[in-house]
Write a protein that binds this ligand. Structure first.
Ligand SMILES: [Fe+2]
Length: 131
């Protein structure tokens, strides 16, 4: 059996539209709230249609040297032009970008996991240090 972790795809976000882009300071102060923006398609736009869209993004924090990964938040994008009139006839499309607000008291790595309803799971990571 192939492990689920082997199904999670990784690439350069500048060349692959599915890779989550994590934007936050490289260095943060311990126990001080900061913001992390996670989006997709910063360089190459990902479609946002009823048939093809990003369903969700999860953000995690892995403290340096610790065994377990902590979930920071899970963000679902639930409107993609659905309508009784048909696909892509609806009035609203949730854009696949989110800003999370958090604080940490240890250095570590932020991980983002995104799910495309057609192309599956994609991940990226960004290290943060404490000032
Ligand atoms: Fe896709």
């Amino acid at each position: 059996m192939i492990e689920l972790s082997e199904r999670i795809q990784v690439a350069d976000w500048k060349k692959e539209k599915h890779v989550p882009v994590i934007e936050c300071p490289d260095q943060v102060a311990s126990d001080e709230v900061f913001e992390v923006k996670v989006s997709l398609g910063k360089e190459i736009a990902h479609p946002n249609t009823t048939e093809h869209h990003i369903s969700w993004i999860s953000l995690y924090f892995q403290p340096e040297g610790e065994k377990f990964t902590h979930q920071v938040g899970h963000f679902e994008f639930t409107a993609h032009g659905e309508s009784t009139a048909g696909p892509n006839q609806g009035p609203v499309y949730t854009n696949h970008a989110v800003v999370a607000s958090l604080k940490v008291n240890a250095p570590g790595t932020l991980y983002a996991l995104a799910f495309c309803n057609i192309h599956g799971l994609w991940q990226s990571g960004k290290e943060i240090t404490l000032s």
